[in-house]
Write a new protein. Structure first.
Length: 429
């Protein structure tokens, strides 16, 4: 009979002997990787804090007739800041990364506001892109509205709820976009942002809803995920590309086989689509065809690494979750069961399970407090969450755009009159 205690003891002794003679290699190697991660984190933090930022408030005319397509054109223009991914020197010595933009929709007891935060070198690009689509808009530099709140929250006076939102499914699946809400008749046209601005316009004094849309242009590498999903739906077999001598031998073999069988059947070359593959599209269900078309449409447009950050602040004695539920409900209108939806990013949500006898419920109040502090600080700094999703320009324009004239939220900040340019022939004194 095997004495398992002796076996386990022997294994432990063997491991101890190996470690006793190799610790001087293993320990420094492990410490190096830990040091490297701290080094990259520290350099990147210093780089972020060194960036000169500017916060711009945007006021739009009251009778705006443009659809979210105009906002999609703006996002497409902003993608021009992407040049290339950071290299080794950028990451490990400079700590630099791709610059990002923050579009912000803010609701206070006094009104609803639109802001854009960008690096100062990108201010001209932002203003040009917005004026090209909304020539009557008014853009002005603004003070940071987060300074109106205490530097540290929650405290004895204020409480908050917050979460980051990312996609629930892989990036290739799209959310419901603005074209779903559009109609040819203005009176029947729905604006998906109306549900959010309506909640914001009903806030009482001291309440605040902050929505932050963080976007960073990326290369087209993310399209490979969508192409793989498309091939999976169509049941395409991915053939490995042959190179060099292997390709030459394969080509000669294919040529000889086709030459021998030519009197009996038409030659079939490797690059030609097979009849079976051509029929697979016909055999797809209507739902699969819709998913396939939606995936193809998403990967055909420019992509941004994206995340949505939501913070609700109110006096501690009157704090209510009703507005939290209202904003969460407003985001559900972009969800579809067969494609994609938004979900709270678990580690950022200011909620911990209350179920007993689970490790997650231990120190629940302390964990919630730490999460509230963390998301409030990240909001003020406008930094990306631990993980983000890829949204294309059409999806971004759906969740953030300037409201149509049909949106009648009473406290929505609009321009009452249009600005006019002076005539070109005005006499100069």
């Amino acid at each position: 009979m095997v004495d398992w205690n002796s076996v386990a003891l022997g294994i432990a002794q063997s491991i101890a002997r190996v470690f006793s003679v190799s610790w001087w290699i293993v320990v420094p190697a492990a410490l190096f990787f830990i040091w490297r991660d701290f080094w990259v984190w520290g350099k990147n933090r210093l780089w972020k804090l060194s960036i000169p930022w500017v916060l711009l408030e945007i006021k739009i005319p009251r009778n705006i007739l443009k659809t979210p397509k105009a906002m999609e054109n703006i996002f497409s223009t902003l993608h021009a800041v992407y040049a290339s991914d950071p290299g080794f020197e950028d990451k490990y010595f400079k700590g630099s990364d791709l610059l990002w933009f923050t579009f912000e929709l803010i609701g206070y007891g006094g009104g609803v506001h639109f802001f854009v935060r960008c690096a100062k070198p990108h201010r001209n690009l932002i203003e040009s892109a917005i004026y090209s689509e909304y020539p009557d808009a008014e853009i002005s530099e603004a003070e940071d509205y987060t300074d109106l709140m205490p530097e540290v929250l929650p405290n004895q006076s204020y409480d908050l709820w917050g979460s980051d939102f990312v996609l629930a499914k892989p990036n290739a699946y799209p959310i419901k976009t603005y074209e779903f809400f559009e109609a040819n008749v203005d009176e029947q046209r729905l604006d998906p942002i109306a549900a959010i601005t309506e909640v914001m316009s009903r806030l009482k004094e001291g309440e605040a809803i902050w929505l932050q849309y963080l976007i960073k242009p990326v290369s087209d590498k993310w399209k490979a995920e969508g192409e793989a999903l498309r091939d999976k739906i169509m049941q395409r077999k991915k053939v490995a590309e042959k190179k060099g001598l292997e390709a030459l031998v394969s080509g000669l073999r294919e040529f000889v086989l086709n030459l021998v069988s030519a009197p009996r059947q038409y030659p079939a070359w490797g690059g030609a689509p097979k009849k079976e593959e051509g029929l697979k599209m016909v055999n797809l269900s209507p739902g699969e065809k819709n998913i396939l078309e939606a995936v193809e449409r998403k990967i055909s447009k420019l992509g941004f690494e994206s995340a949505v950050r939501f913070v609700y602040i109110d006096h501690a004695e009157s704090f209510t979750p009703a507005n939290v539920a209202a904003v969460n409900g407003a985001f559900k209108q972009f969800n579809t069961q067969d494609m994609n939806s938004f979900r709270p990013l678990g580690d950022t949500m200011t909620l911990v399970t209350s179920k007993k006898l689970t490790t997650k419920s231990w120190f629940r109040k302390q964990k919630i407090h730490v999460r509230k502090r963390a998301i409030y600080d990240r909001y003020r700094l406008r930094w990306f969450p631990p993980s983000a999703s890829i949204l294309n320009t059409e999806e971004l324009a759906t969740i953030f755009h300037f409201p149509l004239v049909t949106v009648e939220s009473p406290l929505l900040r609009r321009l009452e009159t249009r600005k006019g340019e002076p005539p070109s022939n005005i006499p100069l004194v």
